[in-house]
Design a protein around this ligand. Structure first.
Ligand code: NAD
Ligand code: 89Y
Length: 343
């Protein structure tokens, strides 16, 4: 079968990982790139040997016949670009956060549904191999029925040097990073009915919140705590590890710093190293995230080829994005927020 022909829009900081990832993804290749910043267009075009370069997304869609488009811009441009892809009947991947607002995200899902084109959000954290390892333990019934989870991301890593826009937005950690951790909670424990949230800004040099603590009721009956911080200086910097505790009716799972997985269940206690591989182009500490980029891109190609819906489709991601909106609303009101009312 012929390789799928894709184009990348947005050649910034994270897109370089996606371009490396496409080289490692079977069944697809990037044949054109687009960025309104000529310098970024040249840097990425030269590094990855892409001759077809566009400064304008409309010209890209007019000029190329594409099997998909990979949108790696920041959130404000996501809705116009996804709607443009829908108008041209081109399946689209859209980076997280899906959109500036839930209303925008819903409109994007509708545009793609109406046009009959697949839409996947690049929600890659659940594709990290340590997270997949935790889910596999739950799925094989080793700990029985989960009743509690703590999904935790605490760090003091300087994310602002690579992504300066993160320091300037009114919203920071929930929208940028917490969104992944909330998605992992959904991935491990199922959909959420209620969320209670508290936020704080410890680093006074940034505009948004850099600490968030969230308590969630899952439809399954499980309770989880999702806690995120970019203000936590630790002896050994854990970035970008997500640490996990799951308690079930027959045992427990602990994913500890250093990618150490301890499972106590029906078969006794096992301790294993679930470190992600260091891909040839990857660099520590980002290798965990970089590996998950290849995994989600391969999933997209497999889904497009088979005609199946990606697990982080636009429709699925509305439920993760709704948690972000609900967390901000609940942090402001100091009241629990029902998810049903938002979806
Ligand atoms: P960036 O600002 O470095 O890059 C964005 C690029 O898009 C810029 O080069 C900009 O010129 C270009 N651009 C913006 N609007 C455009 C438009 N309409 N047409 C053409 N080009 C346009 O941003 P980044 O740090 O690379 O982040 C991009 C996205 O990736 C963000 O949404 C961010 O949250 C996300 N991200 C995801 C992960 C992850 O693990 N999934 C990690 C980091 C960043
Ligand atoms: O933008 C964020 C993301 O998606 O993963 C980590 C990050 O780069 C900084 O918080």
């Amino acid at each position: 079968m012929a390789e799928l022909r894709g184009a990348l829009i947005g050649c910034g900081f994270f897109a370089v990982n996606q371009m490396h990832g496409w080289r490692d993804t079977a069944g697809a290749s990037i044949i054109a790139i687009c960025d309104r910043d000529p310098e970024r267009l040249q840097i990425v075009g030269d590094e990855f040997g892409i001759a077809k370069r566009y400064a304008d997304a409309a010209a890209l869609f007019e000029g190329e016949t594409l099997d998909f488009v990979d949108i790696a811009t920041t959130a404000p441009s996501h809705r116009p670009l996804v709607e443009m892809a829908a108008r041209h009947r081109v399946p689209a991947i859209c980076q997280k956060p899906f959109a500036p607002t839930l209303a925008d995200a819903k409109a994007m899902v509708k545009a793609c549904t109406d046009a009959g084109v697949p839409l996947m959000v690049h929600e890659n954290f659940r594709w990290q191999s340590p997270i997949q390892a935790v889910r596999a333990v739950i799925d094989r019934g080793e700990i029985g029925t989960p009743f509690f989870g703590r999904i935790s991301f605490r760090s003091a890593y300087d994310v602002f040097s690579g992504q300066p826009y993160l320091a300037t937005g009114k919203r920071f950690i929930i929208e940028d990073l917490g969104i992944h951790i909330l998605d992992i909670a959904r991935f491990l424990l199922g959909d959420v009915s209620t969320i209670t949230a508290r936020t704080a800004r410890i680093n006074q040099a940034i505009a948004g919140e850099d600490v968030a603590t969230m308590l969630m009721d899952h439809a399954s009956g499980a309770t989880s705590v999702v806690d995120c911080s970019y203000a936590s200086k630790l002896a050994v910097e854990p970035f970008p590890e997500t640490l996990i505790e799951i308690d079930g009716s027959n045992g427990t799972i602990r994913l500890a710093q250093g990618y150490q997985l301890t499972v106590t269940g029906k078969s006794g206690t096992t301790v294993s190293d679930v470190s992600p591989p260091l891909l040839a182009w990857a660099s520590r500490p980002w290798h965990n995230i970089q590996e998950s980029v290849v995994a989600i891109q391969q999933h997209w190609v497999d889904c497009l080829t088979k005609g199946t819906e990606p697990v982080t489709s636009g429709a699925d991601n509305l439920k993760t994005f709704a948690l972000v909106e609900a967390a901000y609303a609940g942090a402001a009101s100091r009241e629990p927020v029902q998810l049903d009312a938002l979806l």
